[in-house]
Design a protein around this ligand. Structure first.
Ligand SMILES: [Zn+2]
Length: 238
């Protein structure tokens, strides 16, 4: 199917990043089953919960900083570099697709990116290292240097609106593809999980690679219940 396809869209979820040592927050036993995530409204309205959100983020920093792209990321980067794949739509926030060599403009991040921060008011980008230094020295995160607004990791929190531009780009890419390849997503989180259905309805082939069964195995043209790195390395090399 890869050989026959002219325009592939790759859609990735937590399963590709767990192969790089990043825990799946939503899985049974994952962080969110032990510690409820801090919703967007709570973050905006409570200084204490903002401090808690930043404490949790900095506690994860070593994990994110140590994570490197794996064979799955590299196989995808190869598909993009060859011109076979047009876009990578991802639910992940770890920046590993960009680190594996996929140009940033071809990565569509539905849930944002946790490797940097943005001002909630003016949208200015801010780096995490100086925020952490300020936080550790003062006990509070700094405000935006441009406008004094609140800084938050550039992720989409529970209760925060989905990014309109990214959703529109993902829809356009999905409608333009002839093969939609899902890697490491159980396809339960909407609206992200709507894209494979949309691709299928629009006539594209649908392939799912995931260790566990997914919600959309029944509509896929091919389902592989296995590791992503091992599967994609072989498939792309072939
Ligand atoms: Zn600002």
């Amino acid at each position: 199917m890869l050989r026959a396809a002219e325009r592939v869209v790759v859609f990735t979820g937590a399963g590709i990043s767990t192969e790089s040592g990043i825990p799946d927050f939503r899985s049974p036993g994952g962080i969110w089953t032990k510690m409820a995530p801090i919703g967007f409204d709570d973050f905006v309205h409570s200084a204490e919960l903002r401090r808690e959100a930043w404490r949790r983020r900095f506690a994860m920093e070593e994990t994110f900083a140590a994570a490197q792209p794996n064979d799955g990321h590299r196989a995808i980067a190869q598909l993009v570099a060859s011109g076979k794949a047009s876009h990578v739509i991802t639910q992940n926030i770890d920046n590993l697709h960009q680190q594996s060599g996929v140009p940033a403009e071809q990565v569509i991040e539905l849930h944002g990116n946790t490797r940097y921060a943005r001002c909630l008011d003016c949208g200015a980008r801010a780096e995490l290292a100086p925020i952490r230094a300020h936080f550790e020295a003062q006990g509070d995160p700094p405000d935006c240097v441009a406008c004094g607004g609140l800084l938050k990791t550039a992720t989409i929190s529970f209760g925060q609106a989905m990014p309109e531009l990214e959703m529109a780009r993902a829809e356009a890419a999905t409608l333009a593809c002839d093969l939609f390849l899902v890697l490491g997503s159980s396809l339960v989180v909407y609206p992200a999980a709507g894209f494979p259905r949309l691709a299928r309805r629009n006539g594209a082939k649908l392939v799912i690679v995931n260790r566990e069964p997914t919600e959309q195995d029944d509509i896929a043209d091919l389902v592989v219940h296995g590791g992503i790195g091992e599967t994609m390395r072989v498939a792309v090399n072939a």
